[in-house]
Design a protein around this ligand. Sequence first.
Ligand SMILES: C[S@@+](CC[C@H](N)C(=O)[O-])C[C@H]1O[C@@H](n2cnc3c(N)ncnc32)[C@H](O)[C@@H]1O
Length: 296
Amino acid sequence: MDAGNTPARVGMEHARPSRTALRVAMRRAAHQLYDARPLVLEDPIAVPILGKEYLPEVERTATKLHKPFSVSLRAFLVARSRYAEDLLARAVVSGATQYVLLGAGLDTFAHRNPHPQLRVFEVDHPATQEWKRELLAANNIAMPDSLTYAPVDFEHQTLPEQLLAAGYDSKAITFFAWLGVVPYLTHAAFRSTLDFIATSPTGSGVVMDYGLPRSALPFLEQLAHDSLASRVQLAGEPFRLFFTPEQMRRELAAFHALEDIGSTEINERYFSHRGDNLKVLGSAGRLVSAWLSGAV
Ligand SMILES: C[S@@+](CC[C@H](N)C(=O)[O-])C[C@H]1O[C@@H](n2cnc3c(N)ncnc32)[C@H](O)[C@@H]1O
């Protein structure tokens, strides 16, 4: 089901679809096409959603996909989706009936949702959602009845109002995924969104990824950070927000059962015993999950 909200571009900071969402989706597609089996993220929609408009670029740049930085970034991106979907499955067993993807981009979970009772809300800038609808339609990917779009700009609109308008039930146990979004936000937008999540019923949870501040990175990783930062800046979506694990722990003070994992734990969990060299390098990116009392 779709809320049928008309995308309101007027007054929005981002009148263009997200370029970083496209880049992430291309890496998920590359994982399906070029990495060894078993895949870390089985996503049969990742390739079709790009269609003939964007898939040729993945194929054209395939030789670059084996460079260490590219391999590591792809590993991190597929691991964070897999981590979110693994935790979502646990949340569903414990009673979650809503999944809210904050900054959903071209995430395809809603089109592969294996949980019959789970409603999915995709939250993103209106322009990105409109573009996603066009891509789905052009590539004959149906909108499932369980999916609702809630157009929101975290910087300028209040998430609860927009979600409620889209049919979100604030009394239902909900799992929130905030993947690849936090670094692009102001601290105020991050805080108000987290405060809203913290009002969810017991058993609800959140997963997100975040980046360490440049100053906390070893020299070579600072160079990689600068390269990525200049690319996202050029895409019009500059990095703004980083945390140390200690700062993140304080931000999540209202939550319980925190799990905050870096490359060592991510590699142990998802990339050990592989026949290829897919794994996360360095210390820049972390995955964190937290729950509202009654830990799952
Ligand atoms: C790097 S993409 C990640 C997309 C998706 N979560 C994924 O993992 O494929 C960042 C997403 O955050 C969204 N985003 C960034 N800032 C936002 C804001 N202030 N309000 C709403 N969405 C935002 C972008 O439109 C984009 O879809």
